[in-house]
Design a protein around this ligand. Structure first.
Ligand code: FES
Ligand code: FES
Length: 175
């Protein structure tokens, strides 16, 4: 099996590794770098538990080879928290957006990318964004509320007008 020397920046820190060509990105993250917040739920691109941000775009890290991240930037759930919990983390805490928590890291990475590109998503846009992240526990209602909560907090922090904030929050469907 051929090996390659790659350098991947993970949560702002550059890591140079000698890896086999077949190594999956999720295994680089979990096993080589010991960042086990990124979960593996299926290994077949279905569940989204392994979602990380690659150059700020959500990807399923079980579906990419580590060598495909060479020279690029990866953000994992461990990178969300700074001096305090991120707005998305606070939203999931405030609105009870998790039960077992297995899907939560991937869900929060997808939500983070959504809110970075769209600070005022509609409920439909939130549901579309997380459609690749499966949750077997919550029924999604509280996850949607959590992301809406985070969006409101982020807009408030940026001093967005109340009209924008209130306009984005819709009634959450119960199914
Ligand atoms: Fe990657 Fe399920 S573990 S999509
Ligand atoms: Fe259990 Fe989502 S909280 S799978």
């Amino acid at each position: 099996m051929s090996t390659h020397t790659i350098t991947v920046t993970v949560n702002g820190e550059a890591h140079t590794q000698e890896v086999e060509a077949r190594l999956l990105l999720v295994h680089l993250i979990r096993e080589n770098l010991r960042l086990t917040g990124t979960h593996i739920g299926c290994d077949t691109t279905h569940c989204g538990a392994c979602t990380v941000l690659l150059d700020n775009v959500p990807v399923k890290s079980c579906t990419l080879f580590a060598v495909q991240a060479d020279g690029r930037s990866v953000r994992t759930v461990e990178g969300l928290e700074g001096a305090e919990l991120s707005a998305v983390q606070q939203g999931f805490k405030a609105e009870h957006g998790l039960q077992c928590g297995y899907c939560t890291p991937g869900m929060m990475m997808t939500a983070t990318a959504l809110l970075e590109r769209n600070p005022a998503p509609t409920e439909g846009e939130i549901r579309a964004a997380i459609s690749g992240n499966l949750c077997r526990c919550t029924g999604y209602v509280n996850i949607v509320k959590s992301i809406q909560h985070a969006a409101e907090q982020m807009r408030a922090a940026k001093g967005a007008s109340p009209g924008v904030a209130s306009g984005a929050r819709e009634t959450v469907a119960t199914t």
